[in-house]
Design a protein around this ligand. Structure first.
Ligand code: SF4
Length: 261
């Protein structure tokens, strides 16, 4: 068993089928934690069509995230999302669900037994997809239960929507401009802002310790939505993805220039 299926049903974004799984050993090197993955519930077949099929269906779990699809000056499309830019694990987990490596746990009995046994240090919510895609009546009890063991860490781009304000207790608002960071903070959110590759944090922001000094998220734990923290990190990763992220930052910053929070 590689993990547990906690939800299988319609997306809160568009009503299309999604699946939310707790992957026991899913975190990247920075996170080093078990993680919730929110994925489009599609059949994965080997072959060239998989990536485009999964990408199209992923709108059901990524919502209107500005990093999902970025168009460059020449009209070429690409993603600025680290998860989709390195999409192999997504297909692997979907295949693994298909062959029965993930066990349904809609009553959350197994997840409690797992947490009591493993006592996870952190939970990443959600490593792929936006937690707001999962219905609140499913996700909130799991997050509340997990808090007996560990503060979940998470991010949402859906922080503006009234119905998602409950996520303030568990997630950071994920933003790409100083203006949006100030608006989210003024509305009670902890904020994670990604900046240009050569940008520095604002005085009210803390530089993400993972980027500043190589600390793991498990050791840091600041992105738990609590305490109104303002975290900053420079766009990083492979060059073409950084270029796309910076495109999103510049566009959003231009759109909001001069606006008051
Ligand atoms: S601030 Fe801490 S928890 Fe948040 S991304 Fe950086 S290292 Fe991870």
């Amino acid at each position: 068993m590689r993990g547990l299926i906690i939800y299988k049903g319609p997306s809160e974004f568009d009503g299309k089928p999604i699946v939310a799984v707790l992957v026991f050993s899913a975190g990247n090197g920075k996170t080093k934690s078990p993680a919730l993955w929110v994925l489009p519930d599609i059949e994965v077949k080997d072959g060239k069509g998989y990536y485009s099929t999964a990408r199209e269906a992923a709108r059901s779990v990524c919502g209107g995230c500005p990093l999902f699809d970025v168009t460059d000056d020449k009209g070429r499309h690409g993603t600025a999302c680290f998860a989709w830019a390195h999409a192999l694990p997504i297909g692997g987990v979907l295949r693994s669900i298909d062959v029965g490596n993930y066990v349904p746990d809609f009553e959350m009995r197994k997840i409690k037994a797992w947490a009591e046994l493993e006592q996870p240090r952190r939970l990443r919510n959600a490593y792929i997809g936006d937690p707001a895609a999962v219905p609140r009546h499913v996700l909130e009890p799991m997050l509340q239960f997990m808090e007996s063991w560990t503060a979940p860490l998470g991010y949402t781009h859906q922080w503006r929507k009234k119905k998602n304000q409950w996520l303030q207790s568990y997630c950071m608002a994920s933003v790409e401009s100083v203006h949006d960071a100030r608006v989210a903070a003024a509305n009670g959110w902890g904020v994670f802002r990604v900046g240009l590759h050569d940008e520095d944090p604002l005085p009210e922001e803390t530089w993400c310790p993972s980027q500043a000094r190589g600390m793991s998220c498990a050791a840091c734990g600041q992105c738990d939505g609590r305490g109104g923290r303002r975290i900053f990190a420079r766009a990083h990763g492979v060059k073409h993805v950084v270029r796309r992220i910076e495109r999103v930052i510049k566009r959003r910053s231009a759109q909001t220039a001069g606006a008051t929070p």
